[in-house]
Design a protein around this ligand. Structure first.
Ligand code: DAH
Length: 348
């Protein structure tokens, strides 16, 4: 028995020497100290050993068992350390290399202009509402004084989607009709609706088949054209600078009476004349007017009791003027090299 233990010891030492991988360790454990390892087997056969030898053999077996455990676990640690060191060496970072440039994004300036509008209007008690871009003819035209066959429909070259009932809204004004109908005709309305609109325009520097408007509507008792002028003037001063002057020119829309075109004094030349304002000193930023009698009526408001004003700002136009952009297509261009120069600086 003693010889057998000596033999195991020798073979263990040589196996340990030759072990290089974690798989070798697994094999070593199985061979020596596993369930049917040779050292485990030794202790299992104790009962066959004569009594006078048993004690001594028992203690020798224990010694070899502890030794095997220790040798194997030391070797395992050694192999693990080698593996970790190799991994670290492979993953080492050369901190002297120049860093990769990570481009920093910036908010879209069109969104920024819309947010500015929203903020100012909300501070004046307006709610921001939404409407569908895929719109019904009824809301886009009929309820706004543009029945089928009306010649003024031609001016809004419309994308029809299904027959002549479903279309891509040609302006954000249908949200006026939707809002009034939803309110039910007996409570005041004070909303703005920024959103996309679509027209079959040929794209060029100042036209896009897809553009953004900021629609507004207020309906209450005794609302007059002067309220529209006051509101728009305050808004424009806040958005374009305190020294901005507003001008309202007579115009025509089917859904407002009277209707106006809204101009602001050119913030670049302060009215003296420059290339931004085409030497007129004024810049047109949208249309507006007093809500037409028939529109109020058609949308459930009694025009004898209620009155209101509405407006529609061109969002791209405002952003182009504010940021000195000369081509509307810039907003819809995904080429960062072209849009980057117009990234909003963190001045705001
Ligand atoms: N919807 C008009 C357009 O797209 C703009 C407009 C004019 C909106 C007058 C209004 C308004 O709310 O009252 O040209």
């Amino acid at each position: 028995m003693k010889e057998k233990i000596e033999e195991i010891k020798k073979s263990l030492e040589s196996d340990i020497k030759n072990a290089n991988t974690l798989q070798d360790i697994v094999d070593l454990k199985a061979k020596y100290i596993g369930k049917s390892g040779c050292i485990t087997e030794l202790t299992k056969n104790m009962k066959d050993i004569p009594e006078e030898e048993r004690k001594q053999v028992g203690s020798l077996a224990n010694v070899i068992k502890n030794e095997a455990n220790e040798l194997i676990s030391n070797k395992e640690n050694e192999i693990n350390t080698i593996i970790i060191n190799e991994k670290l060496a492979k993953e080492a970072v050369d901190i002297s290399l120049p860093a990769t440039e990570i481009p920093i994004g910036s908010p879209n300036i069109l969104e920024k202009v819309i947010e500015d509008f929203e903020e100012v209007f909300m501070s004046m008690g307006y709610d921001v509402v939404d409407g569908p871009e895929l719109e019904e003819d009824r809301f886009n035209f009929e309820l706004l004084g543009l029945p089928k066959g009306h010649p003024a429909r031609d001016a809004q070259d419309t994308f029809y989607v299904k027959g002549d009932e479903l279309l891509l809204r040609s302006h954000t004004s249908p949200v006026q009709a939707r809002t009034m109908l939803a309110k039910g005709g007996n409570e005041p309305v004070r909303v703005i609706c920024p959103g996309k609109a679509y027209r079959r325009d040929d794209d060029d520097a100042t036209h896009s088949h897809n553009f953004t408007q900021i629609e507004g509507l207020i309906v209450d008792k005794n609302i007059k054209l002067s309220d529209l002028k006051g509101t728009v003037t305050v808004i424009c001063k806040k958005l374009f600078g305190n020294d901005t002057i507003t001008r309202f020119r007579p115009s025509y829309y089917q859904f407002t009476e009277p209707s106006v075109e809204m101009d602001i004094s050119c913030f670049s030349c302060k009215g003296k004349g420059c290339n931004i304002c085409k030497n007129t000193g004024w810049i047109t930023i949208g249309g507006a007017g007093v809500v037409h009698y028939d529109v109020l009526k058609g949308c459930g408001y009694d025009p004898e009791k209620w009155s209101g004003f509405a407006f529609g700002f061109g969002a791209e136009r405002c952003a182009m003027l504010k940021y000195g952009i000369s081509d509307i297509r810039t907003f819809y261009n995904t080429d960062l090299r072209e849009t980057k120069p117009f990234d909003r600086k963190e001045e705001d």
